[in-house]
Ligand binder design. Structure first.
Ligand code: HAM
Length: 422
């Protein structure tokens, strides 16, 4: 029997892990620079949390959730996204209060039962942020600026920021009616999904990618034309702040997000280097969600980045992955030498020097090969002769130079390891 990873999931192998660590470290660094604190929530939650927040008529809730019943009959779902769990955690742990802005970030796996393709998996990873407590348009702009800074730090280019306003509880119904009205006469020529969406969630039609639907979508009414005064001013202010920050953006009045909780600002960052799944970041404002999930009315805004897509882009840009090197490999021959070597690697690790040795009883030649494969900087060779002389042969694996050093000096101040490794 041969097992393989479930469809739509991937192993991140050691070779690629260095790239992931680089991106994760950049995320943490930039998030903390903007005063965000990390939050970690369970990977599964009550199913109800997601259906209420993401919306029962969305694709995610209708067809993409990994839902199961536990042994006590509770319906649980592997998180398809992290905004709702963060809101739940904030309410449960009283992290939000009226007189302060709460800034949180997260990194972790999400799960959606989608058709796997390049850039789309069933288990994927997001890095995201959520800010609670402010309706100031400047914070929307700051959130977008943060994502720009992060992509700059990671070294990604050819990105475009698409921004739109989807209005609020008050103006959305008018826009929804206008959309329904507009599509009604042509819906017979559109795809099956759009036919359904017309009744259940007409705004989602704008996001349809099916070719026959495009010509109707192009001319559809724009949300920005239906905004009430408050939403209109908010949107104008957000783009003004973006202008002040020198951030280039494109107003995309077709942009609707795949989750129902958004109000006012919605944005996506898309890459020209990726194929159909080209959004590397998606987010926006969701001023009603905290209240809908049982809290006091609290404005909020955030985004999430798709880590697999960032990894893919970095790979395309021939980003040089620097895998960690081993500082020291101790090659030994004979029992006594092994004892000395075993003691030596323990002491080396105690000094913060990464070290390893052979545990397969290999020949000296094979041990040297192994050290090479591990990209060791130095090899200390200890055989019977060396034990007798209480010294080891040191080989610098970069220059291939060899010298002999007394045991007591191997990890001492003059050791080449200490001077050259860090
Ligand atoms: P989302 O647009 O559904 O938003 O996901 C954010 C990003 O996650 C996408 O732009 C994409 O890069 C990545 N992503 C989504 N699905 C997949 C998949 N199946 N495979 C690979 N990558 C994927 C949210 O999840 C919101 N919670 C974002 C947010 C935070 N809004 C406000 N705060």
């Amino acid at each position: 029997m041969k097992y393989s990873a479930p469809r739509g999931t991937k192993d991140i192998l050691p070779e690629e892990a260095a790239l992931w660590q680089f991106i994760e470290n950049a995320c943490r660094e930039v998030f903390e620079l903007y005063n965000y604190r990390e939050i970690r929530t369970p990977v599964f939650e009550s199913t109800d949390l997601f259906s209420r927040s993401i919306g029962v008529t969305t694709d995610i809730v209708k067809k993409e959730m990994y839902t199961f019943t536990d042994r006590k009959g509770r319906s649980l779902t592997l998180r398809p996204e992290e905004t709702a769990p963060v809101v739940r955690a904030c309410l449960e742990n009283n992290l939000i209060s009226a007189d302060q802005v709460t800034k949180l970030y997260y990194l972790g796996p999400m799960f959606r039962y989608e058709r796997p393709q390049a850039g789309r998996q069933r288990q994927f990873h997001q890095a995201g942020i959520e800010v609670f407590g402010s309706q100031d348009p400047a914070i929307d702009a700051e959130v977008i600026q943060l994502s720009v800074k992060l992509f700059e730090k990671i070294g990604l280019k050819d990105l475009e920021i698409d921004i739109n306003s989807v209005g609020c509880k008050k103006c959305q119904p008018k826009f929804r009616d206008a959309i329904r009205e507009y599509f009604r006469s042509n819906i017979k020529n559109m795809c099956e999904d759009c036919k359904q969406r017309l009744e259940t969630n007409p705004l989602r039609i704008l996001d349809c990618k099916e070719p026959p639907c495009q010509k109707y979508i192009e001319k559809a009414p724009a949300a920005v034309d239906y905004l009430d005064a408050d939403c209109k001013i908010h949107f104008e202010e957000v783009v003004r702040w973006l202008g002040d920050l020198g951030i280039k953006y494109k107003i995309n009045d077709r942009l609707v997000r795949g989750l129902d909780y958004y109000t006012k600002t919605a944005f996506e960052i898309v890459s020209k280097q990726l194929g159909a799944q080209n959004a590397v970041c998606g987010g926006g404002r969701y001023d009603d969600l905290v209240e809908e999930l049982g809290g006091k009315p609290t404005p909020a805004v955030g985004f999430a980045i798709g880590m697999e897509r960032v990894v893919e882009m970095l790979r395309n840009s021939k980003f040089e992955i620097r895998n960690p090197r081993l500082d020291l490999f101790v090659a030994t021959l004979g029992d006594e030498a092994k004892r000395v070597g075993f003691d030596l690697i323990a002491k080396a690790r105690g000094k913060g020097i990464s070290a390893d040795m052979d545990y397969l009883g290999k020949s000296l030649k094979a041990q040297m090969k192994a050290a090479d494969r591990m990209a060791a900087r130095f090899v200390y060779i200890i055989g019977d002769d060396e034990v007798a002389k209480k010294s080891a042969v040191i080989k610098d694996m970069t220059s291939a130079e060899q010298s002999e050093v007394k045991f007591e000096e191997l990890l001492g101040e003059r050791s080449p390891l200490l001077s050259k490794t860090r």
